[in-house]
Design a protein around this ligand. Structure first.
Ligand SMILES: [Zn+2]
Length: 185
């Protein structure tokens, strides 16, 4: 999963990776700011208690389980016949024998069917908090402020220029870059 994320960012910044490192950082900060702003605004418009993605998954599961049969065992346990296999949903421990609920944190088709059987219109209380709108909004709540203008920067007096190593041969997948870094001591 980490590798996939890294590859996505690599593909996204194909051109920008050729920039000097300070410009590259500017690009990533700007990108993060745009993503946070858009996602925060998008989440503010949602009317359901679950995130848009989780709500669409739940709706799809609800449609899939429409014709399945449910019978109660006791207050917290329900037996579901989904046409191919039998599953027991345990509401007290938030588990289902199909294990989808435990693995994903979103209620499976069986748990959603129990919800409907109990005449509950909304099954969002069965999902983990990570799937709620409030959680998504809080994830993107912090603003990412832009850096001040370069002419406003205060340069310390005691810095030592650090020259980059001489690179005569380009490394695989890396641009050949000559520049000057500055370290502060
Ligand atoms: Zn299940």
């Amino acid at each position: 999963m980490t590798s996939n994320s890294a590859e996505s960012v690599n593909a996204l910044s194909l051109q920008e990776r050729k920039y000097p490192v300070t410009k590259l950082m500017d690009y990533f900060v700007e990108l993060q700011r745009r993503w946070f702003f858009e996602r925060r605004n998008d989440a503010d418009k949602w009317t359901h208690s679950l995130s848009k993605w989780a709500q669409s998954r739940t709706t799809r599961k609800m449609a899939k389980s429409r014709a399945w049969k449910v019978t109660g065992i006791d207050e917290y346990h329900y037996n579901i016949d989904d046409g191919g296999r039998r599953c027991v949903v345990d509401l007290s421990n938030r588990t289902c024998e199909c294990r989808k609920w435990q693995v994903s944190g979103l209620p499976c088709e069986h748990a959603i069917l129990v919800c409907r059987f109990k005449k509950q219109r909304d099954c969002s209380h069965l999902a983990m908090d990570y799937y709620t709108r409030v959680f998504v909004v809080s994830t993107y709540l912090e603003p990412i402020n832009p850096a001040s203008n370069e002419f406003e920067w205060v340069e310390p007096k005691n810095h030592v220029p650090l020259l980059p190593p001489v690179m005569e041969k380009r490394q695989a997948g890396r641009p050949l870059y000559y520049g000057c870094l500055v370290i502060f001591v």
